[in-house]
Design a protein. Structure first.
Length: 347
């Protein structure tokens, strides 16, 4: 019976060093291999050219590198790139490269499918099959960094966790992936250039604050009225806005980092004065900014983009109250490059 090999990237650097010592080699060999795995993004052991052939063979006999594969890549006229990413077990997630004149942003997935049930979201129609491992999240970022260099002649500048899945429902693996991304032994990216977007899980937002994270927090809000929000996002019945408000106040008191609210205005759902007034009120609880996001319908159902007039009512009310607001237009429409929690967005 063949023993299933362990993914070598599940080992820490210390564990790699111990492996080599226990096999009669020098500990520094673990440092070399670790650098190949994370900093250089090796896909197989043969890539590790400064490691002896016999050592590479030993690694081959004991481990695998369960690297992702970009199965299909679509490139939009506006430069947006959508990746269908195949995992080692055959499952597929999506990631998106979103370019602007000044930056390139990776929109990455954290789960296969999603734990939640937002009615407007295509990903929510897929049941959650499993969480992504830290290396699978990291690999998406590396792939998009390579695409950014290839197509836009500059490295990746920002990362948003707004792809498939609810990041805070895969907390430990997302945190480990971010640790690798910001580490000098990984990509060395500033945590200030990373945004984790959540649909709003109060106890996990508090945990972020307790863990003193340095990255940015975004919340998919979409309504500051409980009845409407639970219609849009049924799971939120378990997480009423009063609880979310308390968690965000806790977040700000610990981190002093303002929150971004992601907000889609839908025709006949939240395009009314009561919804505008409720959002303005909610925005006053903690320092924040609002991204009003253009929605790409996933079908001909109840969720349809509101009129420009309705969007403008939100903008005027927010600006009157000195709340920073931006409108995010869809990107990659010709390839349907959607980030999972919402429709397409600029970062």
């Amino acid at each position: 019976m063949q023993i299933e090999k362990k993914d070598i990237r599940a080992l820490s650097k210390d564990q790699l060093r111990e492996f080599f010592v226990s096999n009669g080699d020098k500990a520094f060999r673990g440092n070399q291999v670790y650098e190949w795995l994370w900093n250089k993004g090796a896909h197989n052991f043969e890539d590790m050219t400064n490691v002896a052939k016999s050592t590479r063979q030993m690694l081959e006999e004991n481990f695998v590198i369960n690297h992702i594969r970009v199965d299909q890549m679509q490139k939009s006229e506006d430069g947006t790139v959508k990746n269908a990413v195949r995992l080692h077990d055959g499952l597929v997630v999506e990631s998106v490269l979103i370019p602007t004149e000044t930056r390139t942003t990776a929109c990455v997935s954290s789960q296969v499918g999603c734990s939640l049930d937002c009615n407007f979201c295509a990903t929510a129609r897929l049941k959650r099959m499993r969480n992504l491992n830290p290396d699978e999240i990291y690999d998406q970022v590396i792939a998009i960094d390579n695409e950014s260099r290839l197509y836009h002649n500059r490295p990746l500048s920002n990362i948003v966790f707004m792809g498939m899945g609810e990041p805070l429902m895969n907390y430990n693996n997302v945190m480990k992936a971010i640790d690798k991304i910001v580490s000098p032994e990984g990509l060395g990216m500033s945590p200030k250039r990373i945004t984790v977007s959540t649909s709003g899980v109060p106890k996990m937002i508090k945990k972020l604050a307790d863990d003193e994270v340095k990255f940015r927090l975004a919340v998919s809000l979409h309504s500051a009225i409980d009845e409407i929000r639970s219609q849009i996002m049924p799971f939120s019945k378990s997480f009423p806005l009063a609880d979310l408000r308390e968690a965000l106040e806790y977040w700000y008191s610990h981190t002093k980092s303002r929150v971004t609210y992601e907000y889609v205005v839908w025709k006949g759902i939240n395009d009314n004065k009561a919804s505008v007034d409720a959002l303005v009120k909610f925005c006053k609880y903690v320092p924040c900014k609002v991204n009003l996001i253009e929605y790409n319908p996933i079908d001909d159902g109840e969720f349809q983009q509101a009129s420009e007039e309705s969007i403008n009512e939100y903008i005027k009310a927010l600006e009157r109250n000195d709340i920073v607001v931006k409108v995010r237009r869809s990107r990659g429409k010709d390839i349907d490059a959607a980030c999972g929690q919402l429709a397409n967005k600029e970062a």
